[in-house]
Design a binder for this molecule. Structure first.
Ligand code: GLU
Length: 305
């Protein structure tokens, strides 16, 4: 078993000058209230150990990291049928592009852009009826704890300002790619994005992706091993906005970021890791968080490449 404590301390020291750099995602007003001076990092190994540094226990808005977990649920519910309605290619455009959705006839490029996640939310709604509670229940199951909730102020803030997401949902509906009412789908989606979790919780929640689709401890299966592979592949190719190439080059791990400044990354058969620092780079990924992950794979020599 590797002890990552010293490496995390070294990373913390190295990235400190970057913490506070970049910009906060203030297009969601409630996110603009977060101090840019935060930095946390947690590593969950498949041996069951957790290593952490900085603000790793502080909850933050996981935003688009939730798309990994809702995709997992949609895969459980719909299997391959999912891919009739969503593509699996990097978007090469903004995560909330309307133009791309229009000329591709309402089929979102991948499940990690907003349009894709709206279709995923629609699938959960159609199968389970309640796409809020079912996602919360799923997160509780992944983390073996019930202290995870939505941040209702963030969800409300998104609802008040999410005109572009509303346009995407209406577009999808007009193309016949939503079964439920756009308002209901948006409400579910905004709540999924508002999940409030710490680095430790996000890393723990993502461990099934490193562990062949199974939880630690009781070994409960969340998805099949090949489905865990599919999700990791999508994270690598579509998980970090319009800079997946740069992220793969620097970090060398599948990752999914969110505009709250969190990033979940996975090393199959080894660990899941989460960083959080709210300042974003020009591509919308956490500036200090990306650097910390780059340092982690460089210092440990562990990456998928
Ligand atoms: N809730 C955010 C939005 O829809 C998610 C953005 C993100 O984290 O990528 O704009």
């Amino acid at each position: 078993m590797i002890n990552y404590d010293a490496i995390l301390e070294e990373i913390y020291h190295e990235v400190k000058p970057l913490v506070g750099e970049g910009h906060i995602a203030d297009y969601i007003p409630e996110l603009a209230r977060i101090s840019p001076q935060k930095f946390g990092m947690a590593v969950q190994t498949i041996d069951g150990e957790i290593f952490q540094v900085g603000d790793a226990a502080e909850k933050f808005s996981i935003q688009s990291i939730s798309k990994v977990f809702t995709l997992t649920m949609a895969m459980q519910l719909e299997g391959d049928g999912l891919w009739q309605r969503i593509g699996r290619e990097p978007s090469g455009t903004a995560f909330n592009s309307l133009v791309q959705l229009e000329y591709e006839n309402g089929i979102p490029r991948n499940p990690f852009i907003n349009a894709g996640a709206l279709v995923v939310a629609d699938i959960i709604l159609s199968h389970l009826g309640d796409a809020r509670q079912s996602v919360l229940d799923f997160m509780h199951r992944l983390c073996s704890e019930t202290d995870i909730d939505f941040d209702h102020a963030v969800a409300h803030s998104e609802r008040e300002t999410g005109f572009r997401n509303a346009a995407l949902a209406n577009f999808l509906k007009s193309f016949g790619n939503l079964d439920n009412d756009p308002e209901t789908v948006l409400d579910a989606y905004f709540h999924h994005c508002s999940l409030s979790m710490s680095c430790i919780e996000v890393a723990r929640a993502g461990i099934y992706l490193a562990n062949g689709g199974k939880l630690l401890g009781n070994g409960e299966r969340i998805v099949r091993a090949n489905q865990a592979k599919y999700i990791n592949s999508l994270m690598l190719t579509c998980g970090t906005y319009d800079s997946v190439g740069d992220f793969a080059y620097r970090v060398g791990l599948p990752g999914k970021s969110g505009v709250g400044g969190g990033i979940l990354a996975v090393m199959p058969q080894e660990f899941s890791i989460c960083t959080w620092s709210p300042g974003l780079n020009d591509s919308g990924n956490s500036l200090a968080g990306t650097k910390a992950l780059e340092l982690f794979t460089t210092l440990t020599g562990i990456s998928i490449f």
